[in-house]
Design a protein around this ligand. Structure first.
Ligand code: NAP
Length: 454
């Protein structure tokens, strides 16, 4: 068994760094530190926690270039997307700087009591198991509201972004957060089982695959601990016959190809009404051709390699099986190491892997339908439930469909995206619980009923 986690650059295969795994003793020490820190951290005034958030935003801002380079080296994201990710983290922090005080206020409720209200207490040490596709954003959107509510956190990040995990812990310390508020564990996912069972850990948050979600839900259930799961998706993008393609085609391509398609909320199935189909396919293909592939450190690169070569292999298998079932390659489909050419598949039907599974790479599955009703039915034909987007000139008609959409999000004339001001999460096998906004801040609190008579 390996005693280190070794990171490497997926673009050129260069070895980056070797990180010794934490011993069992080292992990227990971090757990003990977390518990000791929680006792004082939960007593901090909210103003003091907010001051530390402001420092953290400054620290992120000052380190933006260094952290973006690290992210790009570890998982191949184009450097401009890495910089944008750090900026989004700063925006998230600013949002919680402005709103946390109000979100955590007691809620007065009139009852028969002299006074009754809801108060929000932190739970304690929360374990976060995180993925590599947005190495800073995923961690920050969990950590900022969770810590500001008075909890402490332990991070088990995806192994291929261990450098980012170490950097995030340092950021919190540099910003002045007490030692033990946010700690990174250098460990593989085998240790998640004993971590969830440890009495110091009070809850667990996972962003990751359905497979990891099932395992963590099982462990959380066995130990009767709350869990929040942000899992995969295969979002539909419905294109109705009155869609303004000139205006929105760039957004539709971005919705699929951003981060080389490695996004849970990417548009994975394009469901296009027959009357606009040819025009859509022509414009979509033309827009895909404008993507520039190359070295992710080059600012001109808009589509880079996948984060690991095995991810490109999985994608290839999903495409091959779909082609064997009748899908047509309208564009792309070349693989070179971890790089996968942006690919467009037509004649896609529901039994194909590119329709029913999550594809984590730059492949757009195009499905032709006759009517608007059929388009919505096809969109809902999914085990996943992260989000649906629809492009149409008739936004009133789309609004009438809100309750037909079983997903966590419904976006009209916009790609599904996360925004700190709005809740984010899924239904069905995309998980449960909500991050961001007020809901995210209350994800790991004890919602306590207080009832007072004199
Ligand atoms: P993953 O393989 O599930 O890994 C995610 C994290 O879970 C990693 O830290 C991983 O550790 C850990 N893990 C894996 N198997 C585990 C197990 N059996 N028990 C405990 N922990 C386990 O997913 P990924 O490939 O990194 O990320 C891509 C997936 O995340 C996609 O399905 C994507 O849709 C989803 N995602 C969802 C959202 C959302 O908000 N809904 C956002 C981003 C990504 P190791 O690295 O050590 O294996």
């Amino acid at each position: 068994m390996s005693t280190t986690i070794d990171t490497k650059n997926p673009y050129n295969g260069d070895a980056l760094k070797s990180y010794p795994l934490d011993s069992e003793n080292a992990i227990q020490k971090k757990l003990d530190t977390a518990e000791a820190t929680f006792k004082s951290w939960k007593t901090y005034d909210i103003e003091d926690r907010i001051d530390l958030l402001k420092n953290l935003a400054d620290t992120l801002h000052q380190s933006k270039n260094r952290l973006s380079t690290l992210m790009t080296q570890e998982m191949g994201k184009p450097i401009l997307e890495s910089k944008a990710e750090i900026e989004k983290c700063i925006f998230l922090i600013d949002f919680y700087v402005k709103n946390s005080d109000q979100f955590l206020q007691d809620d007065l409720i009139e009852t028969d009591a002299k006074e009754s209200f809801i108060s929000y207490d932190p739970l304690g040490c929360i374990l976060a198991v995180m993925p590599w596709n947005f190495p800073f954003w995923q961690v920050m959107r969990f950590a900022i509201p969770t810590l500001t509510a008075g909890n402490v956190a332990l991070l088990k990040h995806a192994s291929n972004v261990t450098g980012c995990a170490v950097a995030i812990e340092k950021l919190f310390l540099e910003a002045g957060f007490p030692e033990g508020c946010f700690q990174t564990l250098i460990t593989d996912h085998q240790s998640v089982e004993s971590l969830i069972a440890n009495p110091i850990v009070k809850a667990v948050s996972l962003t990751g695959s359905e497979k990891a979600g099932r395992k963590i839900a099982e462990l959380a259930g066995k130990n009767l601990k709350p869990s929040l799961l942000e899992l995969g998706g295969n979002n539909a993008c419905i294109v109705l016959e009155d869609a303004d393609l000139e205006k929105h085609i760039e957004t539709m391509v971005k919705a699929r190809m951003q981060n080389a398609g490695q996004s849970c909320i990417a548009a994975k199935r394009f469901i296009v009404v027959d009357r606009i189909y040819d025009e859509f396919l022509e414009k979509f293909t033309a827009q895909v051709k404008t993507l520039t592939s190359g070295d992710p450190m080059d600012e001109d690169t808009t589509l880079s390699c996948l984060a690991r070569e095995d991810l490109a292999e999985t994608l290839k298998e999903q495409i091959e099986k779909s082609v064997a079932l009748g899908a047509q390659v309208a564009y792309g489909d070349q693989k070179d190491g971890a790089f996968y050419q942006p690919t467009i598949l037509t004649e896609v039907t529901p039994e194909m892997p590119v329709f029913k599974e999550e594809t984590f790479g730059p492949v757009a599955a195009i499905i032709k339908v006759e009517t608007e009703d059929e388009a919505y039915e096809m969109a809902s034909n999914s085990q996943f439930g992260l989000g649906t987007m629809v492009f149409t000139a008739d936004h009133e008609a789309a609004i009438d469909r809100i309750s037909d959409i079983e997903d966590g999000g419904f976006f009209i004339n916009e790609m599904v995206k996360s925004d700190p001001r709005l809740p984010f999460g899924g239904t069905k096998i995309s998980g449960y619980g909500r991050e961001l906004s007020k809901e995210g801040m209350l994800a790991f609190v004890n919602t306590k009923t207080v009832y007072i008579n004199h």
